[in-house]
Design a binder for this molecule. Structure first.
Ligand SMILES: Nc1ncnc2c1ncn2[C@@H]1O[C@H](COP(=O)(O)OP(=O)(O)OP(=O)(O)O)[C@@H](O)[C@H]1O
Ligand SMILES: [Mg+2]
Length: 315
């Protein structure tokens, strides 16, 4: 059996007294998108840097297509592409100029560097802007140029560190389309993100990282299934939302989230509690519900439950 194309085993890395990675395990099968999700300082960039041979781990091991990232760093570099958290393109050059320059840096011949630059500009929709200085590019165009710069050598594994942070929804969609295109071609993508929606839309599997460890991993569906269903209640009288929270919190053992302005509340539903129990308890407390429903949790709620942090507080 061949091992997954990206493997990390017990990775450790400290900076002075800061333990950025504390025994991180990860495996990404070839041809898939893995989303690494975690709050600020969780260790995402450190992980990417080690996998991309830019930093050595203090302990543990990582392999790309079976090659050790420390001992076989040269082999690994020939297989990977990286677009870092901060764009690496040169502002003073044009888009085409950047691609040619990087092509030359990667030891392509002048003719090959030109050809590859044109191919990439064409394929990823930057041809119109190709001869403009990058200084005049929008944030989205810059990130796209940065992304395609990492594709010059046709990497088998692509690392993207927060590829869409700070982009508007349209630019984000364009990056997502580019990533999907690459995966359709067989590229394996490991991306970090703070956007839960991005992970949900793009990733086949998600690793939630906190304090330098993977604290949960699986498909978006598995992660949602792992924390159980959510109960949503809409009250007739929104003044009763606090009381309803107390009643249902006692019934389910879950922490209610209440919206006093709208009279809505939501809470995790433990396995044994049924919808009928909820309706009966509310009735007994003299609280009228306009709507009671059960749904899968959002990835937001999974993240909150696992890391104790909301999506907003991690940005
Ligand atoms: N070169 C460094 N020197 C000192 N400390 C570092 C260095 N790189 C990372 N750290 C620390 O290691 C921890 C993990 O940092 P890392 O950049 O990997 O987090 P991250 O998950 O990428 O965060 P963000 O979402 O903010 O990008 C943080 O506490 C950070 O301050
Ligand atoms: Mg980072």
């Amino acid at each position: 059996m061949t091992e997954p194309i990206v493997v990390a085993e017990g990775l450790r890395k400290s900076f002075g007294g800061t333990h950025a990675l504390r025994g991180l395990d990860l495996a990404v099968p070839a041809g898939r998108v893995c989303g690494v999700l975690g709050p600020n300082g969780a260790g995402k960039t450190t992980l990417i840097r080690i996998l991309a041979t830019l930093a050595d781990p203090d302990g543990g091991a990582a392999r790309i297509a079976g090659h050790d990232v420390v001992r076989d760093a040269d082999r690994v570099r020939a297989l990977i592409g990286l677009a870092g958290q901060y764009a690496a393109v040169d502002e003073k050059l044009t888009g085409r100029g950047n691609l040619r320059m990087f092509g030359r840096l990667y030891h392509l011949s002048r003719a090959d560097a030109r050809r590859r630059a044109d191919e990439l500009l064409e394929r990823f929709g930057l041809m119109e802007a190709a001869d403009r200085q990058v200084a005049g590019y929008s944030g989205g165009m810059r990130r796209r140029l940065d992304l395609i710069t990492s594709l010059i050598l046709r990497p088998r594994v692509l690392f993207l560190d927060e590829p869409t942070t700070g982009l508007d929804p349209r630019s984000r969609n364009e990056i997502w389309d580019s990533v999907r295109d690459l995966v359709a071609d067989g590229t394996t993508v490991l991306l970090t993100t703070q956007y839960l929606e991005e992970a949900d839309r793009l990733a086949d599997s998600i690793a939630v990282v906190d304090h330098g460890r993977v604290i949960a991993a699986g498909t978006p569906d598995e992660l949602k299934g792992g924390i159980g269903d959510r109960l949503d209640v809409v009250l007739e009288d929104r003044a009763l939302v606090g009381r309803a929270g107390t009643v249902l919190g006692a019934l389910t053992g879950g922490e209610p989230e209440t919206e006093p302005d709208t009279g809505r509340l939501s809470l995790p539903l433990a396995g044994t509690v049924r919808l009928a129990d909820v309706v009966r308890e509310l009735d007994r407390a003299g609280i009228d519900a306009a709507d009671v429903s059960v749904r899968r949790p959002t990835l937001d709620e999974v993240f909150l439950r696992l890391t104790g942090k909301t999506k907003e507080s991690v940005r």
